[in-house]
Design a protein around this ligand. Structure first.
Ligand SMILES: Cc1cc2nc3c(=O)[nH]c(=O)nc-3n(C[C@H](O)[C@H](O)[C@H](O)COP(=O)(O)O)c2cc1C
Length: 139
């Protein structure tokens, strides 16, 4: 068997390619140990998807955050320099990585460590953002 690292090539010959890709995406998101947010690229970055790990990490249910800005995780002790750099990275179309204090639904603080990847359409326009998040040890 030929070894390929490209996930899109592995099942290319399968007649159920699209179905398998959909199942792979679903399982990767839902069974992930990491929290995942998908947001629109428009003003306020409205949330359109969160996975189960997000709900476990933050205490929010999916319907409580749909259409809201991920900034609902921020509060008085969130490092504004990190948030500023995040805004600049997204404006420039770059990947963001950082850590900052965030807040669960019950108001308790934790250290969030997260990446945000811009998702581009076939015209190379950024339409969505994908964030992968986890709790990091407080420094
Ligand atoms: C997909 C996505 C996920 C985000 N996740 C977080 C997060 O977990 N914690 C956080 O403090 N900010 C997060 N943010 C950042 C805030 O939503 C917001 O972008 C930031 O406060 C800057 O907003 P502004 O450029 O409108 O001022 C996320 C942003 C996006 C687009």
């Amino acid at each position: 068997m030929e070894i390929t690292k490209d996930i899109f090539d592995i099942f290319l010959q399968d007649e159920h390619y699209q179905y398998i890709m959909k199942r792979l995406l679903e399982a990767s998101m839902e069974e992930s140990f990491n929290s995942i947010i998908i947001s629109e690229a428009g003003p306020g970055y409205p949330i359109i998807y969160v996975n189960s790990a997000f709900c476990e990490l933050t205490g929010y249910g999916p319907h409580e955050v749909m259409g809201k800005s991920p900034s609902l995780l921020q509060g008085p002790n969130t490092d504004s320099e990190v948030v500023g750099r995040l805004g600049r990275d997204l404006d420039e179309g770059n990947l963001f990585y950082g850590k900052a204090i965030n807040y669960r639904k019950d108001g308790s603080e934790f250290m969030m460590e997260w990446k945000i990847a811009p998702i581009r359409n076939n015209k190379d326009e950024i339409t969505h953002y994908l964030a992968i998040q986890r709790e990091a040890p407080t420094e």
